[in-house]
Design a protein around this ligand. Structure first.
Ligand SMILES: [Zn+2]
Length: 440
């Protein structure tokens, strides 16, 4: 089996890994959108949906023959580890004849993004992992092993071919609500020849990814909801199911009602089977604040009946929130709709704003940040990141005990060897025989 990391050996985000078996069959693991341009600036709006040939020429799309729509497909499948844009964001450029696989949670998130995000494009041939979790493609067998991460139903991908076993970690952590998945990973994976391991936090200052774990986030939120005498608004990603669970538990513990928007309610509903502990729009002490463009999106998708169900189960109005602000905690998006609502509610409620996602996004500015600045509100940051701390990376590498560890999704590959044995750095675009990586 030959491994090529097309992108990810020296950067966080934009990951793309290719495997070629001895028979010549090829598969791809993730085709992510890089988080930033090479000079560090944000991508211009609409970059992801520009023509494939332009993006390939400019190096935004990895230069992979037989993958895109301009030639007959020579890649047997694309398998996605999880539904973060830096892992799937360019997948719609792949030839429509190439099937794209993902977990139930990944597929649902892609469909939800198409439904709610203007201009979002997703691959045409999306397929869910079969019930036993294993896909057989050409001479490959690929199994998606559940891992703890900030995207729903994330998977590490175990690839077997030519008698070799390679594990691609995707993104993972040990400190979310599903710590047991981290503990169980070595046994689920079994003998591994090569581990391709994410290293987002390697080389970064301790604490730069927020609180140590999700349990601490829940604790801090509970304290805040207990002590704060008014409306608390928590800004988080709608895809961060652990965070929705933490906010819900904190609300229940402090006698508040959790207010969610229809987008959040829809996502939680589609993941009901994967996350039975997550709040639903008809769960006790859950209310839905209708946002007009979310409702319009549901209507456009033929889901008017669902919007009506949400309304009957627990619709709450702005006036009701303004009349009794300390009764509610509002889990909201960083969006124009949220900032408009906050402007309406602020005079009566003097809300406390909690930034509950990566701090870097807060510093970049946006509609909610503008509202805070003009209102003289200093947001509290209560967050725990999606990526394993370095000591957890060391632990998982030790317990899996592979023949070689290849860094990915990191800006500090050269630092892996300080805490992990048998590290082999593979550069972007370098094709290496898997057996050549393994220590004698
Ligand atoms: Zn991720």
């Amino acid at each position: 089996m030959i491994l090529t990391i097309h992108r990810g050996s020296k950067q966080i985000g934009g990951s793309c890994v290719e495997l070629r078996s001895d028979s010549g069959a090829r598969i791809l693991l993730d085709v992510g959108m890089p988080l930033a341009q090479p000079d560090g600036s944000d991508w211009p709006r609409g970059t992801m949906t520009r023509p494939s040939d332009e993006l390939r020429r400019e190096g935004v799309l990895p230069n992979i023959d037989g993958l895109y729509g301009d030639s007959s497909p020579e890649v047997s499948a694309l398998i996605l580890s999880h539904a973060h844009l830096d892992h799937y964001g360019l997948a719609h450029h792949v030839h429509p004849g190439v099937p794209v696989y993902g977990s139930r949670g990944t597929i649902e998130m892609l469909r939800a993004s198409k439904l709610f995000i203007p201009g979002a494009v997703i691959p045409s041939d999306l397929r869910e992992f079969p019930a036993d979790g294993t896909i057989s493609i050409a001479s490959f067998s690929v199994r998606g092993i559940p891992v703890d991460h900030a995207a729903p139903d994330s998977r590490a991908l175990l690839v077997e071919a030519d008698g070799q076993r390679l594990l691609y970690s995707g993104d993972l952590r040990a400190h979310g609500n599903r710590r047991h998945l981290f503990d169980d990973l070595p046994e689920a994976a079994g003998r591994i020849d090569v581990l391709i391991l994410e290293g987002t936090t390697v080389g970064q200052p301790q604490g730069s990814h927020g609180f140590a774990n999700e349990a601490d986030v829940e604790l801090r939120l509970s304290e805040l909801l207990r002590l704060d005498g008014g409306l608390v608004v928590i800004i988080a990603s709608g895809q961060n199911i652990d965070r929705a669970v933490s906010v819900y538990r904190a609300a229940l513990a402090t006698g508040r009602e959790l207010v969610i928007d229809p987008y959040q309610a829809y996502i939680l509903m589609t993941l009901k089977n994967v996350y039975p502990e997550a709040p639903q729009f008809d769960s006790p002490s859950v209310r839905v604040k209708f946002i007009s463009n979310h409702v319009a999106k549901l209507k456009d998708a033929g889901l008017w009946g669902l919007a009506c169900q949400m309304s009957r189960a627990g619709k709450v109005t702005s006036e009701q929130i303004a009349a009794n602000p300390s009764k509610f905690v509002f889990l909201a998006r960083s969006s124009k709709a949220t900032s408009a609502l906050l402007r309406y509610l602020a005079p009566a409620t003097h809300p406390t704003i909690v930034w509950s996602q990566w701090r870097g996004y807060l510093d970049k500015g946006g509609p909610v940040q503008s509202f805070c600045a003009e209102s003289g509100i200093n947001p509290l940051v209560i967050h725990s990141g999606g990526h394993a701390h370095t000591e957890d990376l060391a632990e998982i590498a030790y317990r899996i005990n592979p023949g070689a560890v290849v860094p990915i999704h990191t800006e500090a590959a050269s630092q892996f060897a300080a805490f992990i044995p048998n590290v082999r750095i593979v550069m972007d675009g370098e094709a290496v025989e898997v057996t050549s990586l393994i220590a004698d």
